[in-house]
Design a protein around this ligand. Structure first.
Ligand code: C2E
Ligand code: MG
Ligand code: MG
Ligand code: MG
Length: 288
């Protein structure tokens, strides 16, 4: 009996594995076709200057409108695209599209583009970025590249060189999701970066029982090192008040201000934020 059970279990796992492998294969095939079929779209989410209430930057966030699966999250796309090596083509499309879109925005507004570790460490990363700026006509200082700590781990000297060259070009670098990875504080001063985005996990519970100590500490340290400080994932007014209190955090991003929205909608938000009637109201769109 025991033996039969064991075999049954084995068969079950084998079938499960086959199903997983098959699902993955289908996903990869679909992904390969998606670029050509123009199924990708960029949504944009604003970053708000907490003093002026104005939009400073809009972050490009990938969406996949799959004909059958519906909208697929970037969390399910990017790792697979990395494994397949598709990230280079996909990343090129994202970067160029985002730069072209930014050209339609008011002068003072920048675009932030996420770079995965593979994409950041591709051989031609500098010429890719230079070329995207050239074809779009976007001034370098209006482009922010968001990288995560995992991009800093690999080949430290080379990474430092790339960052220095981007810096020389005038492109800004943000350290995304800070606090979720290795969180080596030495990264903050060892690499030339202009912005730190403190991960939204730091906000969990701060409006109820969790002290602000950690978030404040990271924010102050980053500010003392001359970097702008962004807090991601602000969802409530209470959170906004708490993080704004001591003036260290320069920008905020989160559903409280706006969810990521399609290109057409972000243009409307930018007109409202920067237009004649442009208010100082950071609640540009509590479009929940
Ligand atoms: P990220 O770069 O940290 O982007 C922020 C994510 O948090 C976005 O999820 C955004 O929708 C979500 N978010 C923003 N405000 C709030 C909030 O107030 N509450 C909550 N719960 N979530 C909030 P999204 O669009 O699903 O993207 C997930 C991740 O996928 C991104 O995290 C980024 O790492 C990656 N990603 C997205 N687009 C791209 C891309 O074009 N290229 C690369 N390489 N990665 C991308
Ligand atoms: Mg990001
Ligand atoms: Mg982030
Ligand atoms: Mg994050």
């Amino acid at each position: 009996r025991a033996k039969a059970d064991g075999r049954g279990t084995f068969c079950f796992f084998r079938d499960e594995m086959a199903a997983t492998v098959e699902a993955r294969r289908t996903l990869e095939l679909d992904l390969r076709k998606a670029l050509a079929n123009e199924e990708f779209e960029l949504f944009y989410q604003p970053l708000i200057n907490l003093k002026s209430g104005k939009i400073t930057t809009c972050e490009a966030l990938l969406r996949w409108n799959h004909p059958v699966r519906g909208t697929v999250s970037p969390i399910d796309i990017i790792p697979v695209a990395e494994d397949m090596g598709l990230i280079v083509d996909l990343g090129r499309w994202i970067l160029r599209r985002a730069c072209m879109e930014c050209m339609k925005w008011p002068d003072g507004v920048s675009v932030a583009v996420n770079f995965s570790p593979h994409q950041f460490h591709q051989r031609d990363v500098l010429s890719e970025i230079r070329y995207a700026l050239e074809v779009s006509g976007l001034p370098a200082h209006r482009l922010e590249i968001e990288i995560t700590e995992s991009s800093l781990l690999r080949n430290t000297q080379l990474t430092h060189d790339i960052l220095s060259q981007l810096h020389a070009l005038g492109v800004h670098i943000s350290l995304d999701d800070f606090g979720t990875g290795y969180s080596s504080l030495s990264y903050l001063h060892n690499f030339p970066m202009q912005k730190v985005k403190i991960d939204r996990s730091f906000l969990e519970g701060i409006d109820t029982d969790r002290p602000l100590t950690l978030l404040r500490g990271v924010a102050r340290l980053s500010a003392d090192l001359g970097m702008s400080v962004v807090v991601e994932g602000i969802e409530t007014n209470e959170q906004l008040e708490l993080i704004s209190a001591d003036g260290t955090v320069t920008e905020g991003q989160g559903y409280l201000f706006s969810r990521p929205v399609p290109a057409v909608r972000i243009r409307q938000l930018l007109n409202a934020s920067h237009g004649r009637r442009g208010g100082n109201d950071p609640m540009v769109a509590a479009s929940r």
